[in-house]
Write a protein that binds this ligand. Structure first.
Ligand SMILES: C[S@@+](CC[C@H](N)C(=O)[O-])C[C@H]1O[C@@H](n2cnc3c(N)ncnc32)[C@H](O)[C@@H]1O
Length: 275
């Protein structure tokens, strides 16, 4: 937050202005919002690809943090009929976005607010979140994305990644990097599973969407294989040396997982009480 730090220290700012001989600009600067990211619009082709990667649907609510001229939510409304919200700290940008939404005929679908992305609620209402910010801002937002957004929320970022949270997809569009993630459910920990007549103790460890684990069945331990976690959809195999491979596909709902094996056997799991 270089700009914030600068503006929160008026003496430093004054010194910079005086030494640069920019006294006449001081009034304008005092009014200017302290942006964490400068305004640079995403090219239209990149906007289109980001929305495609997010698989935007008419029922989706698309939030663009640092929305600039509003192109991301406006396009999502125009092309997919999605509802949207854009938040930008700069009132000039918000004015432009409101006018652009009107011109595009989607004012009933999208809303633009003057606001700080650091204070914008990130919660279960959001289906798709788009960003063209900076690595540092993405890093600041990451815990709120992982803990505030619901599992399955699609997140797309132009140019900047999210550190060691590997994207589910990454591509180049017209020379620009685009990253796509699906917010993973929280599965780390111990689960008590019932599958047919078997009581299984499942210990999972999770790093973002990567899952590993061990299943204890009838006193025997099996490392789970081919585990995937996509939003709230989890899938893994148990491959006993004796007996057939068993695949488990399920959906995580808070402290429960419900699923069906490929042979049609239902299974379920509950978080085990902490011992
Ligand atoms: C790189 S532009 C991206 C604009 C738009 N999302 C796009 O992709 O075309 C970043 C935007 O973030 C806004 N911004 C910077 N700091 C902000 C903050 N703390 N809260 C909200 N918006 C901010 C800027 O005004 C600018 O419009």
């Amino acid at each position: 937050m270089i700009a914030r730090t600068l503006l929160s220290s008026p003496r430093t700012l004054a010194a910079v202005i005086v030494s640069a001989g920019l006294l006449s600009a001081s009034a304008a600067l005092a009014q200017a919002p302290a942006l964490d990211v400068p305004y640079v619009p995403t090219p239209e082709a990149v906007v289109d690809r980001m929305l495609e990667l997010a698989d935007v649907k008419p029922t989706d609510y698309v939030v663009d943090l640092g929305s600039g001229d509003g192109r991301m939510p406006i396009r999502a409304a125009q092309k997919y009929g999605a509802r949207g919200l854009g938040v930008d700290l700069n009132p000039e940008r918000v004015k432009e976005a409101v006018a652009n939404a009107q011109a595009a005929g989607v004012s009933d679908k999208v809303e633009f607010r003057v606001g700080d992305l650091y204070e914008t609620p990130l919660d279960e209402r959001v289906d798709v979140m788009t960003m063209y910010l900076l690595t540092r801002v993405n890093a600041d937002l990451r815990p709120r994305i992982l803990n505030g957004l619901k599992p399955g929320t699609r997140v797309v970022s132009h140019a900047f990644n999210m550190g060691d949270w590997t994207p589910d997809r990454a591509e180049k569009v017209e020379g620009r990097d685009v990253y796509f993630w699906i917010v993973p459910a929280k599965v780390d920990g111990r689960w008590q599973m019932k599958a047919g007549n078997d009581e299984i103790l499942l210990d999972l460890t999770q790093q973002f969407q990567r899952v590993q684990g061990v299943a204890r069945i009838n006193g025997r331990y099996h490392t789970i294989q081919a585990a995937t976690l996509r939003g709230e959809e989890i899938s893994f195999s148990v491959e006993p040396r004796e007996g057939p491979v068993r695949r488990f596909n399920g959906r995580v709902k808070g402290g429960a997982i419900e699923g069906t094996s490929p042979d049609g056997t239902p299974w379920s799991a509950r978080r085990a009480a902490a011992s």
